[in-house]
Ligand binder design. Structure first.
Ligand code: ADP
Ligand code: MG
Length: 701
């Protein structure tokens, strides 16, 4: 059967029909033969092993035995009756019991003839019984399509109720294999199959449904998982390649005056090796003639700002304007202050544009943008408004990827002749396997090294009952001139309760820390923006020692003198959020601390999260644990769930297969970007079929 025939409806398959086809579509989304073929079992029952009656134990899962039925009788009970058979093998005897379909079974069973029976056993006193066993004459068993590992398909209550049992499902799929004569198109090249010692596509599909033995099942799984990941990577990498050949970008081949002057005379510290490497990667991107589309990952405090600034200087030296976009006004302000300060000896104009920018200033900015005199515009998404027109935007840097929609990003492209180079910076470490999938079409740089001399933040877990000693510790730190954050959770569903927690906490702190010795700031979501800024500013200036807040301070705020982070109800935060919050301290010279406060009631996941935080400061390590706890879908949010919705591979468990799939997809496309080579003909066919069938990639820029 050719591949096109796999697109026919399952309705016409033996054993299905229109009613079942309807049911299977509604319950499992199965429409075509191809859907059915790729509807894989989620587990298997090992039928290689035969038990003897005297080996049976209570709670054994499904077992099979060989023996004979010597006797059948109908037993009356309160309601109706049951059919009981005496089953024996050479080690002993047991009962088989039916409560339904008795007449049919009574007629069908052959007395004193060898059967293979299969099912779950129950123990009654000293003897065992098996209700509703599967029965097969040993003669038939030997003739039948030998499946020693019995597939168990995902199912629903409705399916079982309507008689589409696992057995029926297996039978239907068996019919599919018979119908197509068990012949399916190969989808990989001989080269890959040989190199990775894969079984053929045909064998893999057969053995995933009806494994001949454990070894072949393992091989089928390996191949099919690889294949699923391989074709995704092929699409992503190809998209990247097409982008590079199709989307022209400005060539920044001058490393000029501003860059050199800043680098040689005003760099406040030596760059780490990781920073140097990343600057090189970015420079290389900007001279290829293609538009840069790069993601820069670096843990909090890894020093992304300086990398951003050096990139801006290269663009400026080549006669272009630049933009730096942050997700909040606080962060935009902070970037603005940091960059103005770093550039104070250079003749470069920098402006800030946020929602709070006054009309008069706004007008000046618009003018300076359009006449080209403004070099760097820093701001919030106010920068993406249509009114903001650059004369020649050459580079746009976006801080904190996940807060910006892709639509906004591409909007910036339309503003000039060629799209600006794009650098996206994120402080949320993403495990490598996830990055490969979700950002597989972008180039990725990682700053995997912290600046030298950074003191590790000491993290401790304390129970609410230890609060007094925590207060004492806070006083000691304030005595040393430090400042302290106390953060409360804010989770949408229980806003009212959260708010009460925050206020109760604030009160208990004001009771312990009296004016005028102690000044306390409070910031939460119900305050007006101006009031929030006012309180943030007081804390920033050191006028208050304690900042009581909800998670509004989560992203990027930089107050070096704040060295203690106390997280209340820490069990309610996710790992990445805990890590982000902890990243607010450890920014100055002083030893910093993070204290995770919780109640005694902790789930096992919560315990893992707390232990991970206490054990490590490494954001990538934390992200890996987070991935294992939450799974890829939850980690990345629903936006990307399409790409993470895999049929057989698992991004957590099959990380090594993913890495290999990416490497091999890269190799294939490197030598043959359009898959024109004869040896790639099967890959090409499968690739085209797949690209047609899914709109998976439309949600990625
Ligand atoms: P993030 O990656 O979180 O944006 P920043 O760029 O804000 O990090 O840098 C964090 C702090 O580390 C800043 O105070 C910055 O001046 C300092 N820093 C960055 N790079 C280095 C370096 N190579 N050596 C010493 N300090 C550095
Ligand atoms: Mg930053």
């Amino acid at each position: 059967m050719s591949t096109t025939n796999l697109h026919t409806s399952i309705e016409y398959l033996k054993g299905v029909g229109s009613a079942r086809a309807d049911l299977l579509r509604k319950e499992l989304g199965l429409r075509t033969l191809a859907d059915l073929l790729h509807f894989f079992p989620n587990r298997y029952i090992d039928r290689t092993q035969f038990f003897k009656v005297n080996q049976l134990q209570q709670n054994t899962s499904e077992v099979q035995l060989i023996g004979k039925i010597t006797q059948l009788k109908t037993v009356k009970q309160k309601k109706g009756s049951r059919l009981v058979a005496t089953f024996i093998d050479d080690s002993g005897g047991m009962e088989l019991v039916w409560f339904r379909g008795m007449k049919w079974i009574k007629d069908a069973i052959k007395i004193n003839t060898p059967y293979v029976i299969f099912g779950k056993v129950n123990k009654f006193g000293r003897s065992f019984s098996m209700p509703h066993p599967e029965l097969e004459l040993i003669a038939d068993y030997k003739k039948s399509l030998q499946t020693v590992m019995q597939p168990v398909y995902p199912s629903t209550e409705m399916l079982t109720k309507r008689g589409v049992t696992n057995r029926v499902m297996a039978k239907i799929i068996q019919n599919l294999f018979i119908e197509v004569n068990a012949k399916f198109q190969e989808t990989l090249s001989d080269e890959i199959i040989n190199e990775l010692q894969f079984i053929s596509k045909n064998e893999a599909l057969f053995n995933i449904h009806f494994p001949k033995n454990q070894e072949l099942l393992t091989k089928a799984l390996q191949r099919l998982k690889f294949e699923e990941l391989f074709f995704i990577q092929l699409q992503l990498i190809r998209k990247n390649l097409i982008h590079k050949t199709k989307i022209k970008g400005y060539v920044f081949d001058t490393v000029g005056e501003n860059f050199n002057k800043f680098y040689n005379e005003h760099l406040p510290f030596e760059l780490t090796n990781a920073q140097k490497r990343v600057v090189k990667e970015i420079r290389k991107d900007m001279i290829t003639g293609a538009q840069m589309n790069r993601l820069l990952q670096g843990d909090v405090g890894s020093g992304k700002t300086i990398v951003a600034l050096l990139s801006l200087l290269i663009a400026i030296d080549n006669g272009f304007q630049t933009a730096l976009i942050a997700p909040t006004a606080i962060l935009a302000n902070q970037h603005f202050n940091a960059i103005v300060d770093l550039l104070k000896e250079l003749d470069i104009s920098v402006k800030l544009l946020t929602g709070a920018t006054k009309t008069k200033e706004r007008k000046l900015i618009h003018e300076a943008l359009e006449d080209g005199s403004l070099n760097i515009l820093i701001g919030t998404h106010a920068l993406l408004e249509d009114k903001v027109q650059f004369k020649n935007l050459g580079l746009a840097i976006i801080d904190e990827q996940h807060r910006f929609g892709v639509a906004q990003r591409s909007k910036m492209w339309m503003k000039n002749l060629l799209p600006p180079h794009i650098l996206v910076m994120t402080a949320t470490p993403i495990p490598r396997t996830l990055a490969m999938s979700v950002y597989g079409d972008l180039d990725i740089s990682v700053i995997d090294e912290l600046p030298p001399g950074r003191k590790q933040i000491k993290t401790a877990h304390r129970f609410d009952s230890n609060r007094l000693s925590v207060f004492k510790f806070m006083k000691e730190e304030i005595e040393k001139g430090r400042q302290i954050y106390v953060v409360y959770p804010l989770i949408q569903e229980s806003q009212k309760l959260d708010f009460k927690d925050l206020m109760d906490g604030y009160e208990s702190i004001t009771r312990e820390f009296h004016k005028p010795d102690y000044q306390i700031s409070i910031v939460h979501g119900k305050m007006k923006a101006a009031d929030k800024d006012f309180e943030m500013d007081r804390f920033l200036k050191g006028e208050t020692q304690i900042m009581v807040a909800t998670t509004v301070i989560e992203v990027g705020v930089n107050i070096p003198n704040a060295s203690v982070m106390i997280i209340e109800s820490a069990e309610r935060f996710g790992l990445s959020q805990l890590h982000q919050l902890r990243g607010r301290v450890g920014r100055g010279a002083a030893q910093s601390y993070c204290i995770l406060m919780t109640s005694f009631k902790l789930t096992s996941d919560a315990k893992t999260r707390l232990k991970t935080m206490v054990d490590t400061n490494d954001g990538f390590e934390i992200a890996e644990v987070d991935l294992k706890l939450r799974g890829p879908g939850d980690l990345m949010g629903t936006q990307q769930s399409g790409i993470l919705d895999l049929n057989i591979a698992d991004l957590v468990k099959d990380a090594h297969i993913l890495k290999r799939a990416r490497t091999i997809a890269t190799q294939v496309l490197k030598n043959d970007p359009n898959l024109k080579n004869e040896k790639h003909k099967y890959i090409k066919k499968a690739y085209i079929a797949m690209s047609k069938n899914n709109a998976l990639w439309s949600n990625i820029s």
